[in-house]
Design a protein around this ligand. Sequence first.
Ligand SMILES: C[S@@+](CC[C@H](N)C(=O)[O-])C[C@H]1O[C@@H](n2cnc3c(N)ncnc32)[C@H](O)[C@@H]1O
Length: 228
Amino acid sequence: MGQKIDGKVSVVHGAGEDVVSINVPKRMLDGVCRGQRYINEFLRCKCAPDLLALGLFPNGKEITESFALYNAVRQHLWRRFPPNRDETLFSVGDGVTPRAAAIFAFRTDWTCYSFDPKLRMDCPFPCKRLHLVPQRFEHSGVARDITPDIVVLQHAHISVEQVVKSCGAGHYAVVSMPCCTKETFPYPPDVCYRDPSVWSPKNEIQVWRNIYTTVTDGQKLSRKEQNP
Ligand SMILES: C[S@@+](CC[C@H](N)C(=O)[O-])C[C@H]1O[C@@H](n2cnc3c(N)ncnc32)[C@H](O)[C@@H]1O
């Protein structure tokens, strides 16, 4: 069954073929345009040919998810972590290809680490600042030697609490788009919103700006912000 379009339908009888015109309500068109937002942004990226050549994304849905994480960092964390500074990003549970980590490595000057036991190591990644770690995050030992500035979790099957246990309660930010993993981290995020431009019902974005202050100021109440 197709979706019901509740606009006006008019048929104009011409000399040849009849023309059917459908007057679609503006709110529906707004929804469609919003849904295209990250695909349009991807097409405008200088790095899009490189990302496509690497075969990082199996479909448009994955592009919208990774770009939504990038957008969350841009909206809520860039003042503290500017894209042109030497920051360190961990992308945990990245998938078989380093999707989110590659986007940050190509679009910022940051050093990016992609963690996932399923990471395929068979293709060379032409970006010096992208490091692949094909292990479970907590077993890799990387967090013992390197302190991240930002940790991103795109539908990762690891909780924020497990990540914080491995990294310690330092001054880093966490951005998570959770899926089915039960979250046991007891502190609410500073920012929490649904991003309608993600092509998945699992489109909630949570931002902890600073894990150290979150944990030391444990009484902090949840504050919801809308994505501008
Ligand atoms: C649903 S997939 C999401 C993959 C990718 N981020 C995406 O959105 O398409 C969850 C991923 O989390 C990874 N994962 C589960 N536990 C992990 C851990 N402890 N450390 C790193 N990755 C983990 C799995 O291997 C899997 O690739």
